[in-house]
Design a protein around this ligand. Structure first.
Ligand SMILES: O=c1nc[nH]c2c1ncn2[C@H]1C[C@H](O)[C@@H](COP(=O)(O)OP(=O)(O)OP(=O)(O)O)O1
Ligand SMILES: [Mg+2]
Length: 210
């Protein structure tokens, strides 16, 4: 793909403030001679995600970090899309988890968020379609304004109650097709081999590394 710009070895900012994501992206980047630093480590601001699509939000985050750090930045905007809920929570997946933490400040309550999804599904009755997919849009942004987008997806079914303690976010209720375990029960390496993030990453690697 000659129209893609190659990624050179060196510094790259992971434009995410989600520790779970940063951990996964570091593992995916490990074989490529890239030295990832996270936006948090560089004290880069967390831009407001005002976009209405995954691509808009991914670009917004990548551009903010590329400008702030003056180096290539990689952002991930992802979410859970539930078929019976017309694709919700979708772009608003993180927002559904927004809660006041016990300390009184803003925080995220994943158990509450998973319960919200389950509550809406159960309102639709016992035979409701429980299929869902995770989607991930990766945006690479260069300080000169160039950017590239890659999209990945994984199909599965929602389970209740949540199971497993690995991973992050909605992993305990997501069971990928062909597996008896949820993402939070699978070995992290198994998740990295098949996830929406891995799928998007595979496309990025094909385009941006030799
Ligand atoms: O593999 C995953 N396993 C479980 N849950 C996941 C996954 N991937 C995305 N998700 C859920 C949680 C996340 O919070 C939301 C995306 O929201 P999103 O705005 O892209 O990420 P975020 O606010 O957590 O971090 P940041 O924007 O700093 O990268 O979807
Ligand atoms: Mg976010």
């Amino acid at each position: 793909m000659a129209d893609h710009r190659k990624l050179e070895p060196g510094k790259l900012v992971i434009a995410s403030h989600n520790q779970g994501k940063v951990r996964e992206i570091r593992a995916l980047l490990a074989p490529f001679g890239i030295e990832p630093v996270s936006a948090g480590e560089l004290d880069l601001p967390e831009p407001e995600e005002t976009g209405t699509t995954f691509a808009e939000n991914a670009l917004l985050k990548a551009r903010a970090s590329a400008e702030g750090a003056n180096c290539v930045a990689l952002a991930d905007d992802s979410g859970l899309c539930v078929a019976a809920l017309d694709g919700a929570p979708g772009v608003y997946t993180a927002d559904w988890a927004e809660a006041d933490s016990y300390e009184g400040g803003p925080g995220r309550d994943w158990y509450m968020a998973m319960g919200k999804v389950e509550g809406k599904l159960s309102e639709l009755g016992p035979n409701t379609d429980r299929s869902a997919y995770f989607t991930c849009t990766l945006a690479l942004a260069w300080p000169d304004g160039h950017s590239e987008l890659f999209e990945g997806r994984i199909q599965g079914n929602l389970v209740w109650p949540p199971r497993g303690t690995l991973g992050f976010g909605y992993d305990p209720v997501f069971q990928p097709i062909g597996f008896e375990q949820t993402f939070a029960e699978l070995d992290p390496q198994q998740k990295h081999d098949m996830s929406h993030r891995a799928d998007a990453f595979e496309k990025l690697v094909k385009a941006c590394f030799d």
